[in-house]
Design a protein around this ligand. Structure first.
Ligand SMILES: Nc1ncnc2c1ncn2[C@@H]1O[C@H](COP(=O)(O)OP(=O)(O)OP(=O)(O)O)[C@@H](O)[C@H]1O
Length: 249
């Protein structure tokens, strides 16, 4: 089994919030994931990188119950992951999507409130989340009228309002400038500092290397490397499969 969760690769002694073991996904004749294992501990930020089509989003989709694996299992906080996406919130899981995934005709505040409508403290949660991403001053604005980086902050605020224990971020830095990327990194570290486990899919390699405790690299659906950011960056297999491509872009 290609398992990235051994003691060398996961020095973090805190309990695993997410544990993926022996995961396989087959779409028709295509093996999108083969024998994938990884863990994210409470308070840990793990980066999941790899070339286009490596299987990163498929792994997220399995964790969220949107794709049924053909092999392996997923545990969240020691229990089997819910097989239905509508049970994720109760399991403490929040996810952001590639791009923005906001409701453009609603206001900023409404976009965040939709995630916590069933909570009696929804107003406080929404206000707190907007504060965390630096957007309280635009709470009443229509999201579709905001610049792209602010729309991405809204999507992050919506996830944070649910007070996740496991946060899945799908390309959160995509399309952002340096200041927004730096702010995002600070927010991610702050969220992790409060005990949330963060799994981060991202093509912005410098961002990944600066914000993550560990990095797992997928290529053609298999884990080809896992470890500390510096180790992974220097790994010849990673350079060949992925980082070389980045440099040449
Ligand atoms: N629903 C599906 N049906 C068939 N094939 C799929 C499906 N979803 C993904 N794939 C294929 O599975 C492989 C992995 O795709 P996936 O989107 O997980 O990769 P990725 O690493 O997230 O790529 P990117 O960085 O471009 O987002 C690709 O070959 C993709 O074409």
């Amino acid at each position: 089994m290609t398992d990235a969760s051994g003691p060398r690769d996961r020095p973090d002694p805190r309990p695993a919030r997410l544990r993926v073991r022996g995961l396989g996904v087959r779409f028709g004749g295509l093996d999108a994931l083969t024998d994938v294992g990884l863990e994210v501990a409470e308070g840990e930020v793990v980066g999941l990188i790899g070339p286009n089509g490596a299987g990163k989003t498929t792994l997220f989709n399995v964790v969220c119950g949107l794709v049924r694996p053909t092999a392996g299992d997923v545990e969240i906080a020691g229990a089997p992951a819910p097989r239905r996406p509508d049970r994720l919130l109760a399991a403490g899981v929040a996810r952001t999507l590639q791009g923005v995934g906001v409701l453009p005709s609603l206001t900023v505040l409404e976009n965040v409130l939709v995630a916590v409508l069933d909570r009696t403290d929804r107003d406080e949660r929404a206000a707190g989340a907007l504060e965390r991403v630096g957007l309280p001053h635009v709470a009443g604005r229509t999201v579709g009228a905001l610049p792209y980086p602010e729309q991405k902050r809204v999507a992050l605020a919506r996830a944070l309002a649910t007070a996740p224990r496991l946060l899945l971020l799908d390309e959160p830095a995509g399309g952002l400038g340096p200041q927004d990327v730096a702010d995002l990194g600070a927010t991610v570290r702050e969220v992790a500092g409060q005990g949330c486990a963060v799994l981060l899919v991202e093509h912005h390699v410098d961002f990944v290397m600066s914000v993550c405790d560990r990095v797992v690299v997928l290529d053609f659906g298999r884990v080809i490397a896992a470890g500390l950011p510096d180790e992974v960056r220097r790994d010849p297999a990673v350079e060949q499969a992925y980082l070389g491509i980045e440099v040449a872009r």
